[in-house]
Ligand binder design. Sequence first.
Ligand SMILES: NC(=O)c1ccc[n+]([C@@H]2O[C@H](COP(=O)([O-])OP(=O)(O)OC[C@H]3O[C@@H](n4cnc5c(N)ncnc54)[C@H](O)[C@@H]3O)[C@@H](O)[C@H]2O)c1
Length: 252
Amino acid sequence: MLNSFMLTGRRALVTGGGGGIGRALSSALYDMGADVLIVGRSQSADEAAAEIGTPERPVQSLQADLNDRQALAAVFEQAVSKLGGLDILVNCHGVVHSQESLTYPIELWDETLENNLNSVFLLCQLAGRVMVPQGSGKIINIASMLSFSGGLRAPAYAAAKGGVAQMTKALANEWSSKGVNVNAIAPGYVKTQLNRHIWTDPVRTEQIMARLPAGRWGDPDDLKGTVVFLASAASDYVHGAIIPVDGGWLSR
Ligand SMILES: NC(=O)c1ccc[n+]([C@@H]2O[C@H](COP(=O)([O-])OP(=O)(O)OC[C@H]3O[C@@H](n4cnc5c(N)ncnc54)[C@H](O)[C@@H]3O)[C@@H](O)[C@H]2O)c1
């Protein structure tokens, strides 16, 4: 049974792998035997690769701004060529721009949708073009609690993450019979740079803690088991699932 969770020799591309959650997910895939390549838009991608990999088994990294569609296509091609193929795609890049809806600038709306939804679709499509012909592959998108509820002062993020959940199901409907699993992880409140504006706000922190059954914020490491499951043969019959890893937030 343990073997069905192993990822030995699987080729994995992780976007946003220099960030809090992406780094933990990359490290989990690596520890289970996958060859990992991290894409990010800053030096943190290279730093994460150096931190996770060893001289004998390095982790590769590439820098690109995934909001730039040409750069996205180019870096995807480069990544697949460096990995020698593709078995696992984890879409873990993302941003939040938090502002009142009454004055929410349309430029921020566009940028957030491009970053958190459009680029995710384009990466899934490119991965699908590799995985569907080869008859196997695992695509794991990172959704959010705001895939289920509207949240506070982050309308574009909520729209994008709602879209990620729906798109995950739509792609699963097309590709599940072709050996490709498309699923998503919906993290709860996980302390990273992305939500610094929340965990540094004592009022929001208190409100969140009051309804969080687990009684603590999530740590990026809390997501490791789910990504390994979704990337491995253990999840071969799991399609279009949006799996919450949220300390019980949604059950409350
Ligand atoms: N932290 C949470 O509580 C939480 C909850 C739900 C969902 N998420 C999602 O998890 C994912 C990872 O978030 P995190 O909390 O680790 O945040 P983070 O800010 O620590 O990491 C995000 C990473 O994505 C990279 N990135 C952003 N835009 C990019 C672009 N255009 N091109 C290339 N790289 C880009 C950043 O450089 C960063 O390394 C995101 O999709 C986020 O929406 C996070």
